[in-house]
Design a protein around this ligand. Sequence first.
Ligand code: AKG
Length: 283
Amino acid sequence: MQAIASAATALRTTFNDQGYVLVRNLIPEVIGNRVLEDLRLATTQLLQCRDLLTPELHRGELLELLKAVFSLDLNLYLSILRLGSKLQSVYALALHERIIHLLNELGCKASVLPCGVAIHLVADELKIPGGYFGWGAHQDWSSAQGSLDQLVLWTPLMDVDKDFYPVEIVPGSHKLGVLPGDRQNANNRGALITIQPGFVDEKEFVSVEMNRGDVLMFSGLLVHRTGTGTRKGLRIACGARFDNLEEHTFVNRGYPCAFRLHAETQILHPGFPTADEVHRLFQ
Ligand SMILES: O=C(O)CCC(=O)C(=O)O
């Protein structure tokens, strides 16, 4: 019991000092695989119903399937990304009992997810023309402005090293507080508020090399960004932010959340569904 208590204390001390903890081999492989399988299923189905699923693609890597959708229709590709962040399997990963236990050990016993969960997908061949690629230096807290002790989960679905889109962090930067960010152009970057130049020293960024199943849990105030990738391939990571329901400034500020849900209230596909389509569904 004493040993367990001191392990948790050590974890907390490291976190408070550095702004993050790295826990090796925390998520069972099968949990991450489900996310990859679901992404594969969605991509395959989109190609199949357009008669574009060749046997080679069917047997090939997920990256090849994604490239096929990407070159076919950028909007269809973007809808895979949006779908990815809503997958049950991604939630199952982010809310895995070992993650909940880790949150508990770091003092977060009841939490909310202000922005749901996310998949972060990067590959050289999947750069959106004119769009942003990777995440520039930022602090996650700045976008939702929830609990001051926000915890951020980042876990890769493939091994990452310094040449393969690792997350790069500035250890100890959580103690700098909230740094000025570019809010003006944030919506063009998917609500990412990048830190204004001159506030973080380029030399202080450290690549976090991780294997699939490893978990990085960091403060919402820790400065971090996507590292560069000189090696070709597909890198997918899952992320989630957790706001602590009990953090007193969060309570006092009335549980704020700068993220708003936007819904398109107009009909997306006029004429759908027909009476026949509904009828067939329940036959
Ligand atoms: O996946 C990445 O490259 C970066 C993700 C990130 O910055 C974040 O989760 O806030």
